[in-house]
Design a protein around this ligand. Structure first.
Ligand SMILES: C[C@@]1(CC(=O)O)C2=NC(=C\c3[nH]c(c(CCC(=O)O)c3CC(=O)O)Cc3[nH]c(c(CC(=O)O)c3CCC(=O)O)/C=C3\N/C(=C\2)[C@@H](CCC(=O)O)[C@]3(C)CC(=O)O)/[C@H]1CCC(=O)O
Ligand SMILES: NC(=O)c1ccc[n+]([C@@H]2O[C@H](COP(=O)([O-])OP(=O)(O)OC[C@H]3O[C@@H](n4cnc5c(N)ncnc54)[C@H](O)[C@@H]3O)[C@@H](O)[C@H]2O)c1
Length: 204
């Protein structure tokens, strides 16, 4: 059974074997999170060359086929070749080196898998079917997107600002808890008013 987590990957290196469509999509999502990627493949899609031009310091391309020596000094590995034998070999090397490997061709045999994600500023909604149907994950994500208000990003930002101030206040833990619970019953305008009034114990 998979354990859901959020990883901090800023400036950390992920090695991706493969230079095709999936390697490209995985590279994009890592770069969006400020991670670094090293791709190893004999061929790279044009979009991958264009990522390299866009992020010259974060993307490294190695023109070679998989070799176990490449799996060193990295945080994560993604086995994204179109050969399940090679992906299996990559996973075996990772196991021996205690590095998490995502096998893109086999959701039952990966150390981690990647969910379909909605982001609105600091809000992250992840949807996974534990590898059973990525297409269903994408469909559920699209349905959930319709429920998120346009101003949710600003709303969460203000909640974060006020929460920090509430936590620093010299009031009892009980008062803090009830204030924080009250905050999420307020709407955006009410949060803005609270910030202007600088009284953070007011709740609904
Ligand atoms: C969510 C997303 C995240 C991402 O990749 O970043 C993701 N797949 C996405 C797209 C997508 N995947 C596939 C298609 C083609 C349509 C189709 O066949 O359905 C498309 C659409 C496209 O390519 O456009 C096919 C597919 N996917 C996997 C296999 C192999 C297998 O099932 O064993 C095959 C069959 C390949 C074949 O036919 O041989 C495996 C995995 N794909 C996962 C994640 C993990 C499980 C997630 C979950 O638990 O639901 C897992 C297990 C491993 C992993 O990749 O981490 C991303 C959408 C991002 C978004 O738009 O939100
Ligand atoms: N996880 C997902 O979301 C998802 C989605 C679609 C397909 N898939 C699976 O992922 C695999 C890859 O899909 P794709 O669309 O990227 O395929 P693709 O054919 O576009 O790319 C495969 C890449 O692997 C490289 N490669 C082959 N042998 C290699 C080796 N020994 N060392 C390094 N690189 C090597 C090729 O040069 C090519 O760049 C598919 O076979 C399928 O099983 C997964």
């Amino acid at each position: 059974m998979y354990y859901p987590v959020l990883l901090e990957i800023e400036n950390k290196k992920t090695i991706i074997f493969g230079g095709g469509k999936v390697a490209y999509r995985k590279s994009q999502s890592i770069l969006q999170c400020d991670g670094k990627v090293t791709l190893v493949s004999k061929e790279f899609r044009e979009e991958i060359h264009s990522l390299k031009r866009q992020y010259p310091n974060l993307v490294t391309l190695i023109n070679d086929k998989f070799q176990s020596e490449y799996i060193t000094d990295c945080y994560l590995v993604i086995a994204a070749t179109n050969s399940s034998d090679i992906n299996e070999q990559i996973h075996e090397v990772c196991k021996a080196k205690n590095i998490f490997c995502n096998r893109v061709d086999n959701g039952n045999n990966s150390d981690y898998i990647v969910p379909s994600v909605i982001r609105r500023g600091d809000l992250i909604v992840s949807v996974s079917t534990s590898g059973k149907s990525p297409t269903l994950s994408i469909n559920i994500k699209k349905k959930l997107e319709q429920y998120l208000d346009d101003d949710i990003e600003e709303y969460i930002h203000l909640l974060g600002v006020i929460r920090e101030k509430v936590i620093k206040q010299e009031i009892s833990d009980e008062e803090k808890k009830s204030t924080l619970k009250g905050l999420v019953k307020m709407d955006l305008e009410e949060l803005k008013n609270l910030i202007e009034m600088k009284t953070y114990t007011q709740t609904k």
